[in-house]
Design a protein around this ligand. Structure first.
Ligand code: PMP
Ligand code: GLU
Length: 401
């Protein structure tokens, strides 16, 4: 095994495995051994895809949508996305400025492969989604973390960004609502950030808005809609979260034409267009009844309130009040140094490991998201499961003093 490792590309050897996927697999494995594990590790809606979307895919199959599609996606879907951007986000991207991919993850990979040269830096607002760092690195760029802690609701300030930008900076990358913190950048905050970015004509922004529909402030702002930002911004979105379509693998970008064309070129060599009949279901998702998504959001909000109330009551855990997505990024540094006589919690990794092995609750250590004090819990799970998880965590932690 060790010998084979050396045969892998140096690039691959320095790539970390996705911590979210690794933890979810660990939990699955324990479950298959009969351990009663509650997995709050993977960020995946517990809801099924709404029926009208599934039916649209079935109809598309019957209608013969079984062939290769244009690389950037069926025109009908790109038109629907273009309309959606106008309607919901005040973003003017024509259908030829849209590229549909096998998930937003591929959209981000396309962008980094198309835009980054060695030596160029990407400032990643931190805590960040786990895959950003490795996608940037694998594409030849250098990721630079710009952090904000729980005291600032995990949101980076415009002044800090201004200080971090230098001659090597090519892009800024962030998600709002944010995975893993649930924080939402408000319009005023994005305006301040965009004023900074506009001072640097060669700097672009990748704005990952995949949690747009899970925003409890009900005010989603796309940075690309702010004055002078459209030509600088690539807006990433997808169907996984808002429409509970993780397994369908459908994401997309809206971008300046030359960037969209570059991404289509990458995708044309790597994977071609996304699944044909899935794309027709995505048209239905965008153009029909949005109430199922609203209902899911209501459930997430109820669960958020439950988690915030009950986790903050546990000694050693500090939480903020996330305004979107379906994660709690809990600061557990208050438990560091505690021991049960056998094990000691020194780090967030220890905390997550002890919760998995002793409380049988799976979560992801904050180190995977660029923060050493926190752990991420996904509350995209049924209310009774969340209740049980919090009880188990409180019980286990109370044996650590
Ligand atoms: N961006 C963020 C912030 C995410 O949490 C995820 C995880 N689903 C993705 C992108 C990728 O989503 P997908 O590939 O399922 O569209
Ligand atoms: N985005 C989800 C998460 O953060 C799904 C897993 C993944 O793609 O990393 O858990």
């Amino acid at each position: 095994m060790e010998d084979h490792k050396k045969l892998l590309s140096t690039k691959l050897q320095s790539m970390s495995e996705s911590a979210t996927i690794m933890m979810a697999e660990k939990a699955r494995e324990l479950k298959s051994q009969g351990v009663d594990v509650i997995s709050l590790s993977l960020g995946e809606p517990d809801f099924d895809t709404p029926d009208h979307i599934k039916n649209a895919a079935k109809n598309a199959l019957d209608e013969g949508f079984t062939k290769y599609t244009p690389v950037p996606g069926h025109l009908a879907l790109r038109e629907a996305i273009s309309e959606k951007f106008k309607r919901d986000n005040q973003l003017e991207y024509g259908p030829n400025q849209i590229v549909v991919s096998n998930g937003a993850k591929q959209s981000i990979a396309n962008l980094c492969l198309a835009l980054l040269d060695p030596g160029q830096e990407v400032i990643i607002l931190t805590p960040y989604w786990v895959s950003y760092f490795d996608i940037v690195k694998f594409s030849g760029g250098t990721p630079v973390a710009l952090s904000a802690g729980i005291d600032r609701d995990f949101k980076v300030k415009a002044e800090d960004l201004d200080e971090a930008i230098n001659d090597k900076t090519k892009m800024i990358l962030f998600s709002s609502p944010c995975n893993p913190t649930g924080s939402v950048y408000l319009k005023s905050e994005l305006e301040a950030i965009s004023e900074v970015i506009k001072k640097y004509p060669n700097v672009f922004v990748i704005s990952d808005e995949i949690y747009e529909h899970i925003n409890f402030t009900n005010e989603h702002c796309s940075i690309g809609s702010l004055e002078g930002m459209l030509e600088r911004t690539i807006t990433v979105n997808g169907f996984s979260k808002g429409y509970a379509m993780t397994g369908w693998r459908l994401g997309y970008i809206g971008a300046p034409l030359w960037i969209a064309q570059a991404c289509a070129k990458v995708q044309g060599q790597f994977t071609s267009g996304a699944t044909s009949f899935g794309q027709m279901a995505a048209v239905a998702a965008l153009n029909s009844d949005q109430r199922p998504s609203h209902k899911m959001k209501e459930a997430y909000l109820r669960r958020r309130d439950f988690m915030v109330k009950n986790l903050s009551a546990i000694d050693g855990i500090d939480v903020n009040n996330p305004q979107g997505a379906f994660y709690i990024f809990a600061d557990v540094s208050g438990s560091f140094g505690r021991s049960n006589g056998k094990n000691t919690i020194e780090t967030a990794n220890d905390f997550a490991e002890i919760m998995l092995t002793e409380a049988h609750v799976a979560m992801v250590s904050g180190t995977a998201f660029g923060n050493k004090d926190c752990v991420r819990l996904s509350y995209a799970a049924a209310d009774n499961i969340l209740k049980e998880a919090v009880e188990r965590m409180a019980k286990t932690l109370s044996s650590y003093r």
